[in-house]
Design a protein around this ligand. Structure first.
Ligand code: NAP
Length: 318
């Protein structure tokens, strides 16, 4: 029989919840909304980035219901407010380890210990690094993975953006608000980004492209002064002076903690069409489980589905 009271503290000092949500991006907060409306008093542990990657986006223009677009952090706050209105609790805390072999599931966090009847994993993904010399040393000193966060520091400066996907092009366009020039360096000769973003970049006089080229080094001692480039067609190497290097070369799901406990596919948690993982009572949603869509709206949908399934699981178990 499951403990169907809300948040409670056991003799062992761990707090018990019916639904524990790991991660507070669009997936986690949508799951919390649905679980809260089922009166399950879900607890959401935010991880290090409340609002998820979406909160680092300056403007989200493709989330339905906001015809003029909405700020990423503003949307995260709205998601949270709506979930809290129905009884969800959101805490700034990060899971360190989970034990899915026992019931209730055990979760150890930075601030405490939890047991949970159901777990919804929405831990998202982290930006990939290029892993070139100088990158780690110059991160925060000219090298960045977030235009929305750091763009302001590059007012009247020159920046290089690496990548050809939606993130690179969107953030490249955003960076033209501050920088005098934005050079997008892409390893192929065509962009992966969607048509509207491509058009915006191509029409922006501050943006230029270097095709078939990779960055092989971030150059500088105390701060970035340039990047080394390699033309993949000619093999020619050169140094390109720049004040900023913004890297948008995809993401890696934040799922290491579950390795060996849940079935995975290339680092993504395997889910069926109902967001069920390989362990009954454990669900996954958003980028931790989605290598394909990675949109705010699809993540939110996955989170809602996960919470509906968690609710059914608890009903059947009681
Ligand atoms: P992505 O679509 O995976 O694109 C990554 C880009 O980095 C690709 O152009 C890739 O080149 C390049 N790349 C990968 N590894 C590299 C390396 N080692 N060196 C140089 N270049 C490298 O990632 P994303 O742009 O972050 O987008 C992730 C997901 O979020 C996508 O599904 C995207 O649609 C979505 N998203 C949507 C929006 C929006 O709708 N407005 C905004 C942001 C993100 P290749 O092209 O050669 O593979």
């Amino acid at each position: 029989m499951l403990n169907l009271s809300g948040l409670s503290t056991s003799k062992a000092g761990s707090r018990h919840v019916k639904v524990l949500v790991l991660g507070a991006g669009p997936a986690g907060l949508s799951a919390a909304l649905y679980a809260a409306r089922a009166e399950l008093q879900p607890l959401v542990l935010t991880g290090l980035q409340p609002g998820g990657q979406a909160a680092l986006t300056h403007a989200i223009e493709n989330y339905p219901g906001f015809p003029e677009g909405v700020g990423g952090s503003e949307l995260g706050e709205l998601f949270q407010k709506q979930a809290e209105r129905f009884g969800a609790t959101v805490e700034f805390d990060s899971a360190q380890s989970v034990d899915l072999s026992t019931r209730p599931f055990k979760v150890v966090t930075d601030n405490g210990k939890y047991t949970a009847d159901t777990l919804i994993i929405s831990t998202g993904a982290n930006p990939n690094h290029l892993n070139v010399p100088g990158e780690a040393e110059l991160t925060g000193k000219g090298v960045s993975y977030c235009g929305t966060c750091d763009g302001w520091f590059f007012k009247d400066k020159k920046v290089v953006v690496v990548g050809g996907g939606d993130s690179a092009v969107e953030e490249g366009v955003f960076l033209t608000r501050f920088a005098t020039s934005v050079t997008i360096v892409h390893r192929r000769d065509s962009l992966r980004a969607g048509a509207i973003l491509q058009k915006r970049a191509q029409e922006n006089p501050k943006i230029n492209f270097i095709w078939n080229t990779v960055v092989t080094e971030a150059v500088g001692t105390d701060k970035l002064t340039g990047v080394k480039l390699k033309d993949l067609k000619s093999g020619k190497e050169s140094t390109f002076p720049t004040d900023g290097l913004f890297i948008f070369v995809g993401h890696t799901p934040n799922t290491e903690m579950f390795s060996g406990q849940l079935e995975m596919d290339n680092g993504y948690i395997k889910v069926d069409e109902h967001m069920h993982t390989s362990v009954p009572g454990v669900y996954a949603a958003g980028e931790a489980a989605d290598s394909h869509f990675k949109q705010v709206v699809t993540s939110a949908g996955m989170g809602a589905a996960a919470a509906i399934e968690a609710t059914r699981f608890l009903e059947e178990a009681s």
